[in-house]
Design a binder for this molecule. Structure first.
Ligand SMILES: *[C@@H]1O[C@H](CO)[C@@H](O)[C@H](O)[C@H]1NC(C)=O
Ligand SMILES: *[C@@H]1O[C@H](CO)[C@@H](O)[C@H](O)[C@H]1NC(C)=O
Length: 224
């Protein structure tokens, strides 16, 4: 961001009590420095096009609750821009915004994550269900993202999270919705150094909305 603009935002935050909403309209992520901690809210509009102003204004005035999720990992610093969300489990990389992170105005809580079986194996997929409740005052188009993490792999670092499925449904205020996803053992295989796709038995954590505060988690056992 141009230094003068950055300094204006910082001065407004330090010298006034004006609430600050940052609207990012840009074709690539730029380092936000202290701005993201100064802001009371952030809308990442990306490049919304010539008709983008109206929906941005409507979102700001609370006419609807935004429902987008971060479509890529937004780095904290420029040199991190090639890091993907599925870093190895040992990586402590903390991006500005994670892939899949985001929220609207409504508080959505999740409960009752259930699987059709606690064991998953090739040819025997499982269904994963989770119930979302809209505790807010506005209707919410709610995206639900299902990620998996293998806890341990011999000789290979598991990825911290991999997105396996997602869905988006409208939840009226006070109402609840159940989201169901299919998960296969084949998806949980990975490429080894000999370029074979292999299945490593072990525990798999299924995390719904891994990068949001309302995440829920369940563990299943991957077998051959
Ligand atoms: C929990 O989810 C299961 C499977 O979708 C469903 O049969 C059950 O009624 C749900 N229970 C509650 C309390 O929502
Ligand atoms: C998963 O859900 C689908 C669609 O509701 C159903 O046809 C299938 O039998 C379910 N599979 C299991 C293992 O429960």
């Amino acid at each position: 961001m141009a230094e003068d603009q950055y300094n204006i935002v910082k001065r407004v935050s330090e010298e006034t009590s004006t609430p600050i909403i940052i609207v990012l309209a840009q074709n690539q992520p730029f380092s936000l420095g202290e701005l993201s901690s100064i802001a009371d809210g952030i809308i990442n509009a990306n490049l919304p096009g010539s008709y983008g102003g109206l929906p941005i204004a409507e979102a700001l005035f609370g006419e609807f609750s935004p429902s987008g999720r971060q479509p890529y990992t937004y780095p904290r610093l420029d040199y991190q821009s090639t890091t993907t969300y599925f870093t190895p489990v040992w990586n402590e990389y903390s991006p500005e915004f994670s892939f899949g992170q985001g929220m609207g105005y409504n508080e959505i809580t999740y409960s009752n994550i259930t699987t059709s079986s606690d064991v998953i194996s090739p040819g025997n997929p499982i269904n994963v269900s989770v119930t979302a409740v809209n505790n807010g005052k506005l209707p919410q188009m709610e995206p639900v993202l299902m990620y998996t993490t293998q806890q341990v792999r011999r000789g290979y670092s598991p990825e911290k999270y991999r997105l396996r499925a997602f869905d988006k449904q409208l939840i009226e205020p006070g109402a609840s919705r159940t989201f169901t996803f299919k998960l296969t053992a084949e998806e949980l295989m990975f490429w080894n150094v000999d370029l074979n796709r292999v299945l490593e038995e072990g525990l798999i954590d299924i995390t719904i909305n891994a990068f949001n505060k309302n995440y829920v988690k369940k563990t299943v056992n991957l077998k051959k």
